[in-house]
Ligand binder design. Structure first.
Ligand SMILES: Nc1ncnc2c1ncn2[C@@H]1O[C@H](COP(=O)(O)OP(=O)(O)OP(=O)(O)O)[C@@H](O)[C@H]1O
Ligand SMILES: [Mg+2]
Length: 346
């Protein structure tokens, strides 16, 4: 049995269903991210795990014990919120001590745990500050320390970095990953930021419209997504209808490509922009209609066969100008997709 087992959890708000039966298993010490667009049910699922919200159906098991009927304080689960949710009238020390006092942890043990949490969250020197005297990044570190100090079996994060500016988000993202490596707590992290999910996770659970679309490591989901939703939500891609004949397929403009899995008939493929080569060629059948130089790479939009294809070229020495004719080449096999919607995946 996995450390955390979410089994067929559903949630109805009146006539509308926020969660269709959702099942997710998380191994002990694993860092799993739930990735999905706004409104897909991520926070609802986390609130159900903490016990703030009651599920309409299903079961949750943590460490082999069923917890979905247990009150929040008996669950051994701690959550870090997007809004930090610190107690404004308490100092950093007071915020950290609160939950430990509620759990009647002895004073010497409390001091030991607090010192450890302050140290690993880089908060030494700030213990006597009030939340209003801290920056956003510091407040989020306090929220994190307040969760860690409880030594929960399960750590939940609900978009904890989304209120921070891009640079701080990046710094804290690295700190969180390092922290997880050190404390090894079983963690479920919610975000709608695909870059964050890919950078931090052991595994990603992709959700859409209250359902799990698919689950895998960041590499698996990026390289070989089964579903269109995953292919488009995780990074950029070109979706193309093709006619498959075994190991080969014909693109809409007649060019032949290799498939990564054999198929027959009308199917859809996903081709990442970086898996297409572009070459200036006056006899080519594509035309560059936009180019953006990004530093590490150049992003081209190429019109070919009445479609717009995105191409990323790295190590650029010369840009191909807008209006120039080009040929596109597909050096590796293109990826065949299965389902088309989250509903099909469920
Ligand atoms: N208390 C409530 N009453 C009625 N509907 C609700 C309630 N809470 C959430 N919902 C609905 O449930 C769905 C899922 O909401 P949820 O907050 O879980 O989404 P989310 O994935 O966390 O989105 P975001 O990324 O914007 O935070 C939404 O359609 C929302 O409107
Ligand atoms: Mg939310």
């Amino acid at each position: 049995m996995s450390e955390l087992e979410i089994c067929n959890i559903t949630k109805d708000y009146g006539p509308s269903r926020a969660l269709h039966p959702v099942s997710i298993a998380v191994e002990r010490g694993e860092f799993v991210t739930i990735l999905g667009p706004s409104g897909c049910g991520k926070s609802t699922l986390l609130r159900i795990l903490t016990g703030i919200t009651q599920p309409s159906g299903g079961e949750i098991h943590l460490g082999g014990k069923r917890i979905d009927q247990a009150p929040p304080e008996a669950r051994d689960v701690a959550m870090v919120f997007q809004s930090y949710a610190l107690f404004p009238h308490m100092s950093v020390a007071g915020n950290l001590a609160f939950g430990l006092k509620m759990k009647k942890v002895r004073k010497d043990e409390r001091a030991r745990r607090m010192a450890h949490a302050l140290e690993i969250c880089n908060l030494a020197g700030l213990v006597d500050r009030m939340p209003r005297q801290l920056s956003g990044g510091q407040q989020q570190r306090v929220a994190l320390a307040r969760a860690i100090v409880m030594q929960p079996s399960l750590l939940l994060f609900d978009e904890p970095l989304s209120n921070l500016d891009a640079k701080l988000r990046d710094t804290l993202r690295h700190e969180l990953t390092e922290l997880h490596r050190r404390i090894g707590a079983t963690s479920l992290y919610v975000t709608h930021d695909q870059a964050e999910a890919m950078a931090m996770s052991d595994r990603i659970v992709v959700m859409n419209e209250g359902r799990v679309v698919e689950t895998g490591t960041p590499l698996e989901l990026y390289r070989a997504p089964k579903h269109v939703f995953t292919a488009t939500f995780l990074g950029q891609t070109n979706l193309l209808p093709v006619v498959a004949r075994g190991a080969e397929a014909q693109l809409p403009w007649g060019q032949s490509v290799a498939l990564d899995a054999p198929a027959t008939g009308d199917i859809q493929v996903s081709v990442r922009p970086e898996n297409i080569d572009i070459c200036a060629d006056e006899a080519g059948s594509g035309t560059v209609c936009a180019v953006s130089f990004m530093g590490a790479n150049a992003l081209y939009t190429v019109e070919i066969g009445g479609r717009r294809i995105r191409v990323s070229q790295s190590g650029v020495e010369h840009l191909i100008e807008t209006g120039r004719r080009v040929t596109l080449q597909f050096p590796g096999p293109v990826h065949r997709l299965n389902g088309t919607t989250a509903q099909e995946a469920a």
